[in-house]
Design a binder for this molecule. Structure first.
Ligand SMILES: [Fe+2]
Length: 476
């Protein structure tokens, strides 16, 4: 965003601050939610979701989905009943803004940083924490996650405990999309940064200790943005799309993200045992989110299979002049990568416009069957990042099932398995939804066995839940 554009920044015209995306300011508790249908009594736990929700009207710029304060929305289910609570992730920057009664930091592309007179010496002239993207539970800690920065630890009541650096072992932070190995219980993370070594990976064990400290990834000699990762039994997988962080351009009024398709996209296969890094490369594509990955072959020592939602180009920030004229596409794609030769073959699995892919988390790093996605159907005027249907792609039959949500805009579907069942077909898909006609919000419980039938329960949330990003099901 140019300085001229900044001076004309008008938050009332930013689509992601309006309609179903408009932030809310109240923190509420509702103990008995009304339900249309029946909440399965076997669902006992917390569904929690994060998303950008600026506490005060943004100044300077607003770069969705990265900018904005984090807000957690929780729905606790027990014995067929539901309660709701939402809380801001109260970072030191947000606390300072609440004291001032207004935004003090500008959006990411405006470089408005308050000085010591406004916020004290510790926060002055630095960026604000933005733990607004994801929420996971690991080592008994509920973490609100930012884009490659320290997460914030949250309490059982969604109150903010403080910045989490894992006993000082990971002071620079971690990705917003860590992957937890369902067998070992390890949480594998990466972190990109604007200074050398630019990209590292680490392992946080089930106790919260860090047996692998930040390990530089060789062959990365400039700052890049990488949003998500994947894991197999053998490899950590990072997709390095040609999105470079250009601080010089940002300081002189340009965007800090630069899309350079001529550089192509590289995939790093990082052996989890510490072995030699392998690379594959192909023509440029961008991805926000992986679906999952696994090691193929009879002994799990063959090709690496990576599924992800492939975007034809960067879709945030950047210089629009560097975009091709083609409309942006986002499709479910499978890449087969030979670790021995570095060859990569990509196949489009489904031509629907999709995002927010999730599998049963118990399948992470192993072959999965179902991929749940948010999608768009019909001739409806939806904003970028807004979806009106859910889609389930079956990797065994190469078929898809769909549930059209009508006037509801739906978010990322998260799987809650039926307790005691180990297939990814028995359980429920959970998401928030907001009605575009009247702004009412709902928590939806959709049966995995027949998702096309729609929710078995629509739980009314008596306040609006803005469309957001990623969530988790945390069974008791
Ligand atoms: Fe994400």
């Amino acid at each position: 965003m140019s300085p001229q554009a900044q001076s004309h920044f008008d938050p009332t015209r930013v689509p992601h601050l309006l309609g179903s995306f408009a932030p809310v300011t109240d923190e509420v508790d509702v103990v008995e939610l009304s339900v249309v249908g029946r909440i399965p009594p076997s669902l006992d736990g917390l569904y929690v979701r994060n998303g950008p929700n600026p506490r005060f009207t943004p100044i300077g710029s607003y770069l969705y989905p990265i900018d904005g304060d984090g807000m957690l929305h929780g729905v606790w289910l027990s014995e067929g009943r539901a309660r709701y609570r939402n809380r801001f992730v109260r970072t030191p920057g947000l606390v300072a803004e609440e004291r001032a009664g207004r935004a003090l930091w500008g959006g990411l592309e405006s470089f408005i940083l308050p000085g010591p007179d406004a916020v004290g010496p510790e926060l002055a002239n630095d960026f604000k924490d933005l733990p607004d993207i994801n929420v996971v539970s690991h080592a008994g800690r509920l973490l609100a996650l930012a884009e490659s920065a320290c997460p914030f630890r949250m309490g059982d009541g969604l109150e903010t405990v403080g910045r989490e650096d894992f006993g000082g072992a990971l002071p620079v932070g971690i990705t917003a999309h860590p992957k937890i190995d369902p067998v070992s219980g390890e949480m594998v993370v990466f972190c990109y940064m604007t200074e050398a070594p630019y990209l590292t990976w680490s392992v946080i064990d089930p106790t919260g200790a860090v047996p692998r400290k930040a390990t530089p990834i060789e062959g990365v000699d400039e700052p890049m943005m990488i949003h998500d990762m994947a894991l197999t039994k053998r490899f950590v997988i990072l997709v390095l799309a040609p999105v470079f962080i250009d601080l010089e351009a940002a300081m002189s009024g340009g965007s800090f993200l630069s899309w350079r398709p001529e550089r192509g996209t590289r995939v790093a296969l990082i052996p989890r045992d510490g072995g030699k890094l392998r690379w594959a490369s192909d023509e440029a594509f961008w991805l926000w989110h992986t679906v999952n990955a696994y090691d193929d072959g009879p002994d799990g020592d063959g090709e690496v299979v990576l599924e992800y939602v492939q975007w034809s180009r960067l879709t945030v920030g950047g210089d629009p002049a560097s975009y091709s004229a083609d409309p942006v596409r986002s499709n479910l794609v499978r890449a087969r990568i030979d670790p021995a030769t570095g060859s990569m073959v990509r196949t489009e699995l489904d031509d629907s416009r999709v995002e927010f892919p999730r599998v049963d988390d118990r399948r992470i790093g192993r072959k999965h069957r179902l991929v749940a996605l948010a999608t768009e159907i019909g001739d409806v005027d939806l904003l970028p990042g807004e979806y009106n249907a859910l889609r389930w792609y079956d990797t065994q039959t190469d078929t898809a099932r769909i549930w059209h949500a009508g006037d509801l805009s739906v978010g990322e579907p998260v799987f809650a398995p039926e307790p005691g069942d180990h297939s990814d077909e028995r359980g429920y898909w959970l998401t928030f939804a907001t009605d575009r006609t009247d702004g009412t919000s709902w928590f939806l419980i959709i049966p995995a066995e027949d998702p096309t039938a729609g929710p078995v329960a629509r739980v009314r949330i008596p306040v609006r839940v803005p469309l957001g990003l990623h969530g988790a099901w945390l069974p008791n």
